[in-house]
Ligand binder design. Sequence first.
Ligand code: TYD
Ligand code: MG
Length: 470
Amino acid sequence: MARREQTFICQTCGAASGRWQGKCDACGEWNTIAEESSATARPPMPGRAPRKGRPFTLEPLTGDHNDAPRLACSIAEFDRVTGGGFVRGSVLLLGGDPGIGKSTLLIQVTATLARAGHRAVYISGEEAVAQVRLRAERLGLADAPVELASETSVEDILATLGDRKVPRLLIIDSIQTMWTDAVDSAPGTVTQVRASAQALIRYAKRSGTAIILVGHVTKDGQIAGPRVVEHMVDAVLSFEGEGSHHFRILRAVKNRFGPTDEIGVFDMTGEGLREVANPSELFLSERDLGSPGTAVFAGIEGTRPLLVEIQALVAPTSLGTPRRAVVGWDQSRLSMVLAVLEAHCGVRLSGHDVYLNVAGGLRIQEPAADLAAAAALVSSLAHAPLPPDAVYFGEISLSGAVRPVAQAAARLKEAKKLGFGRAIIPEAARSEGDSSLTLEGVGALSKLVADIAARGTRPQHSDRRPADED
Ligand code: TYD
Ligand code: MG
């Protein structure tokens, strides 16, 4: 009798190997390899010829393309991230930590679409129908004509939906709970997740239904298991937020039909997720005015200007290697700014721990934040509060020069709108602003450092030990 073939598959990247090992050779992760029965390369049925290919028609590039008709869900912050609504037949993966609010967001989206008269189906593999109902009731959505089920078998789901009156939107919450008969691995394994996603994607392309797959995220930020799924879907959205904060940020990590730099901002309230149309107000609402180490950065997220506070703490270290901790910004960017401060501005930080934090749980990717980060760092070191009505932006080059950044006018306009009176910006950007703000151009970082130190109560060249200080 033929022995059942066993393979070992990395649950993170999906690489297969012939034996169990502690570390995956392909992605380098530890303890991710699990035994699964071989699903690939099924031997042909005895007595039956292998299937011949079926010829199909090749199409020209021009022609009918259905104009990617989009279905906007009229939750503006959600539509902004998808690029203007769901494209027919597209599949979206929504990742996020457990409890962040994925199910809440999606029941709101589904209910809004259903109320607008579209067929919307919500399949929960994690919660019972009663639980989903309870949530919908709490959110005041119980009257929306959403079609609901608690199911985990992909075949059953697709058989139920049928090919005739197909839904416009189908939610699968979550892909990790789905399983298909096509493979015989256990539910939740990479093979099952991949095969289930494949079946659902095929259905979406065939029927034109837009599908949202929910995916859990592991503690290190990867969408658990189905990293493989990320390559199969049209868009990957991630829903983020700090545990202690009520802001939630929806971000496109990948999007075949729209931008990837737009964010949607929500506020988690007792009545579900509320859209935040003006996030700058939200991110600046908890400002600690007049204390050293904070600077307001005038940033751009996608097409929208966004003001956010950058907080720094520079404190004498008791460690041999000083600590460099950063939340919401790039660690290597911080190292670069610190190196430029040391090399070109005479700011010695080798005896100090440095902590940098972007307020409100936002994650900034723009190099334009360099100047605001540097200002916050020097302000903390020199004990010099920055002017409370000032915003900062500008990229710092390795030579210590402050370089102009894109969309200066939009940044300045937002600062003006929120009542700021002055902007400390690259020298070259001064011509772009209108006259209603006081613009202070900075050509070199050393000038900014000197200006801040002049306001301070402590010399910034200090390299003293804690004992010398008050
Ligand atoms: P949920 O959508 O179940 O998260 P996920 O699907 O990502 O695991 O959200 C659960 C959390 O949201 C829970 O901690 C309670 C909170 N919540 C509110 O604060 N307000 C609400 O109206 C709802 C429905 C949930
Ligand atoms: Mg959930």
